[in-house]
Design a binder for this molecule. Sequence first.
Ligand SMILES: Nc1ncnc2c1ncn2[C@@H]1O[C@H](COP(=O)(O)OP(=O)(O)OP(=O)(O)O)[C@@H](O)[C@H]1O
Ligand SMILES: [Mg+2]
Length: 323
Amino acid sequence: MEGQPSLVGETRLPTQRRVRQIWAIGGGKGGVGKSLLSSSLAISLSRTGNKVLAVDLDLGGANLHTTLGVDLPRQTLNDFFSERVNNIAACVSPTSIPNLEFISGAQDSVSIANVPETQKTRFMQAIRDVDADYVIFDLGAGTSAHTLDFFLAADINIVTLLPEPTSIENGYRFLKSAYFRRLWLSPKLHTMRQWIEIAMDSKNNEGIRSPSDLFRAATREHPELANLLKTEIERFRPKLILNQVRTHSDIEIGFSVKTVCKKYFGIELDYLGYLDYDSAVWQAIRRKRPVMLEFPNSKLVTSIDRLVDYLLKKHADQRSSLL
Ligand SMILES: Nc1ncnc2c1ncn2[C@@H]1O[C@H](COP(=O)(O)OP(=O)(O)OP(=O)(O)O)[C@@H](O)[C@H]1O
Ligand SMILES: [Mg+2]
């Protein structure tokens, strides 16, 4: 495959593209289970007969390969971003799991902040045409513009958080940042960009603290764009998976987060479900084996399979709100 022309600049209709859906797993905080969830969803999805590609976009802190139970491969995304390889297919590595391949994140001192905008666009164009039915993005922690852009470029945007105040706080920050970034990237709302930029500065002097404040301020100046803004807001439908749940009241936190998102941000968050805290996870990680394979009878495996089944049945047609 190496040596084929890059896909940059090719214009194709979304319907003609190889990949059916991209799922992104994000969340503001480190250590909340993004990689565990990404690898487990990828394994479960590959067992449904779909061809799956898991991509480690946690540049600088890449460890998806460990949760997939494979060694760090020679080729990484760094080779694609630095144009040492032209075709993204050259960065794809096999796993021992049928139907599942993966692309390792760049480990060698490449931080996500160092990836030029053009390379990000080149990656996003190429990834829609890899030889896979589904692509899973494992994102890094934080709310950098690149991380938000990878999150928003996906068709299914999953946020994971723990039922702890620090994680919930970071989760809100991540969702709010993704939301503003989503509006900022919309070409139709170009004339509102100035307001969106003000809103993105959390200490702005205009008193814009929440997306609803932004809506009020921006539509006062551009009333003709109110409907458009509303439509763009409604198209952002992120999903929540609560991880490491220990008690019944932990489960309820997912519903509270959903309510807060609606009330204060105007974001329609789908609470997909939760994963229990399970000692099988760290035991599997210590053995450098995927928990899905090492503990096939654990409750976690059943929960993951159920989440995949739900997403395939209920959200098969969801497309990135930026397409
Ligand atoms: N459901 C769970 N039950 C028990 N332990 C868990 C569970 N989910 C995650 N963990 C533990 O949390 C640790 C962090 O998980 P993981 O590496 O997937 O998080 P992450 O969000 O990808 O972190 P980072 O932002 O650093 O990449 C794991 O090593 C594992 O031990
Ligand atoms: Mg991770």
